[in-house]
Design a binder for this molecule. Structure first.
Ligand code: ADP
Ligand code: MG
Length: 633
């Protein structure tokens, strides 16, 4: 009796492309079949720990590849977990698996815009089981589940829109994939070709792979993370990394670790080259692969590293995790807490070392993952100290956004009597560098950090001081720079432009306060502004003041923070406005200018909720400014 099923629509789409295109990288189909066999063996090995009554509990764990010249087939067999009737339908027809899913997403992206042609991409990431249809015109799967109550089943398809399932025979548990090669793919019948492909793409599969019944396995099968680092070449590590993640770029950095006390474990970790890993990566979730005594017990373990280091990829293999654990209790095991501490410490110290020895490589790491690292300051306060040396910021000393300083370097450049570290928040380098808050700092040559990353306000919740120096926002009401640094050389020059007379300023202040109402907490004369007419200053603690930005980061609605408006009584605009007010307090232009001064200050803070709304008022002001210059009216 046979049953026929239709492939899910997106799998049909995938098959259609795989069958009807010509690829240069076709040999990767074998890597995919071997990888599935290895997964199935891993699962069988894991199940055997808790279900000794499973079928063929003591069977050799191995993968066999056999070619049959006459039939034109190659068969990939494993003694893994096998599949039931329903597994076959779901896993090989209905549910698109990781590699295939990414591939389909890629195709959709391709259709809607320009991207690399499918041909170039196919070898770069797994398209899973279905990639076999690049070389096959018919595939038959014979499988028997490790569940002793199940019987054997077969699955067959010619890569059209349907597949057929039938009862079948198989004496032991496991799976055979019988590949009927297309006429143009008969090269793969040769033993040496198969051996070459195995070595090229599957050398580090930990189960032995035998080609055509040869006695020695074709793959090395060493767990690469257990090898002495000096015995493994850079290429081999990178090859393993690519197999593990399916990234096509080499990692930026590699971290090897082995420990004997208090627990024995091996770790091999990598920093990927890019944070973009939605489409081209097999590893769609964060987490390290966890092995206990060479048995894979979790593909994505999220308890080995803190969340903010979730970008780190790799493998941890512990001798001390009990083998009879179930996946849930791994988390509760005390060995795990210990592993996490060691691994986290190692990653952070390696990053620091990298920053010192290869600053250009660390620069890339921070550019990709700095945003995550910064979050660690807040979410993992216990790691704060080792994270601080990893932080990088642009500052008033930078000419562009990626010219960074460390906090230590900043401190080393502090001027006379300076004890605090100053920063200014902004949306980007340009707006931060034009911030009115910088006037008085620039005048005294005091460096100010630019905190222009959206996560910076959040980071500040955990970064209140560094080596005894308080971090202070340049917009802080209480900052007094009078005794810090050298007195400005051009002070006398400033004095040349006399401030608005006191009584006129008081009237002007009144007018601002009246018009702006509760949009500002107060209006006062500034002691620090030089080139800017006005600025908004903050009061209260940094987290309080930054709540608006933090909420915006979390995409939550938030009320605009109410700040104090400072006016520069020496600035021509403020003096003119004061004079206008003294002359004719009913001049309608006054209120328009007051509004625009306030909104411009909001804009400079990166706080204006709707900059386009200023357009009308700006036209009105420009019209007034051009009045009398040849305008007939
Ligand atoms: P992925 O390996 O990313 O899950 P594949 O397309 O390679 O996606 O495989 C689809 C699914 O088919 C696997 O997840 C697994 O459940 C099942 N499968 C494939 N090959 C085997 C095999 N040799 N033994 C057991 N199950 C298999
Ligand atoms: Mg697979």
């Amino acid at each position: 009796m046979s049953e026929q099923f239709a492939f899910k629509a997106e799998i049909q789409q995938l098959l259609n492309i795989l069958i009807h295109s010509l690829y240069t990288d076709r040999e990767i189909f074998l890597r995919e079949l071997i990888s599935n066999a290895s997964d199935a063996l891993n699962r069988a090995q894991f199940e055997a720990l808790t279900h000794p009554q499973m079928l063929d509990a003591g069977i050799d764990l191995r993968i066999d590849i056999k070619a049959d010249e006459d039939a034109g087939t190659i068969t990939v067999s494993d003694t893994g977990i096998g599949m039931t009737h329903d597994d076959l339908i779901n896993n090989l027809g209905v549910i698109a698996h990781s590699g295939a899913k990414s591939f389909i997403e890629m195709l959709k992206a391709n259709q809607s815009g320009a991207a690399a042609p499918v041909q170039d991409l196919i070898g770069q990431f797994g398209v899973g089981f279905y990639s076999v249809f690049m070389v096959a015109d018919k595939v038959r799967v014979v499988t028997r589940s490790a569940n002793p109550e199940e019987r054997a089943w077969s699955w067959e398809s010619t890569g059209g829109d349907t597949f057929v399932i039938e009862e079948s025979e198989r004496s032991t548990r496991g799976t055979d994939i019988i590949v009927h090669l297309k006429a143009d793919a008969r090269d793969y019948l040769q033993t040496w070709t198969l051996r070459e492909i195995v070595r090229r793409h599957s050398n580090y599969i930990t189960f032995p792979i035998y080609v055509d019944g040869e006695e020695a396995p074709a793959n090395k099968q060493t767990a690469i993370w257990r090898q002495e680092p000096k015995e493994v070449s850079e290429e081999q590590y990178n090859e393993f990394y690519k197999m593990h993640t399916l990234d096509f770029e080499d990692p930026l950095h590699r971290i090897t670790m082995r420990a004997d006390v208090p627990f024995q474990f091996y770790a091999l970790m990598f920093i990927p080259a890019s944070a973009e890993r939605t489409i081209l990566s097999r590893r769609t979730e964060p987490g390290l692969a966890l092995y206990a005594r060479k048995v894979l017990i979790q593909e994505y373990n999220k308890d080995l590293l803190p969340e903010y280091l979730g970008f780190v990829q790799g493998v941890v293999d512990s001798e001390d995790l009990p083998l009879n654990v179930n996946r849930e209790s791994v988390q509760a095991n005390r060995v795990m807490a210990n592993l996490k501490r060691s691994l986290t410490g190692k990653v952070l110290s390696e990053l620091k070392r990298l920053a010192e020895s290869k600053p250009e490589v660390y620069h890339k790491v921070f550019a990709e993952f700095g945003r995550l690292i910064k979050q660690g300051v807040v979410v993992s306060p216990e790691d704060r100290e080792p994270i601080l040396p990893l932080l990088r910021f642009p500052s008033t000393g930078s000419t562009h956004a990626e010219q960074w300083t460390t906090l230590t370097e900043y401190v080393s450049r502090m001027v006379k009597n300076q004890t605090d570290i100053y920063y200014v928040l902004g949306d980007d380098f340009g707006s931060a560098s034009r911030s009115p808050h910088l006037d008085s700092f620039r005048k005294r040559d005091i460096e100010v950090l630019y905190l222009i990353d959206p996560v910076d306000p959040f980071m500040l919740m955990g970064l209140t001081d560094f080596e005894g120096h308080k971090l202070r926002s340049a917009d802080d009401v209480d900052i007094d720079l009078r005794d810090i640094g050298e007195p400005p050389k051009d002070e006398s020059e400033d004095e040349k432009s006399a401030p608005l007379p006191e009584s006129d300023f008081a009237t002007l202040r009144e007018r601002f306060a009246h018009i702006l109402g509760d949009r500002v907490s107060d209006v006062r004369e500034s002691k620090s502004l030089v080139d800017s007419p006005a600025r908004l200053v903050g009061e209260g603690s940094a987290p309080q003041r930054n709540m608006y930005r933090i909420n915006r980061l979390l995409e939550r609605d938030a009320e605009l923070p109410v700040k104090m408006l400072e006016l520069n009584a020496r600035h021509a605009l403020i003096r003119n406005l004061g004079a206008m007010l003294a002359q004719d307090s009913a001049d309608p232009l006054i209120d328009v200018v007051v509004e625009q001064v306030f909104e411009t200050a909001l804009l400079q803070e990166g706080l204006h909720p709707d900059p386009a709304s200023m357009a009308q008022r700006l036209y009105q002001l420009m019209q007034a400014a051009t009045r009398g210059s040849g305008d007939p009216s």
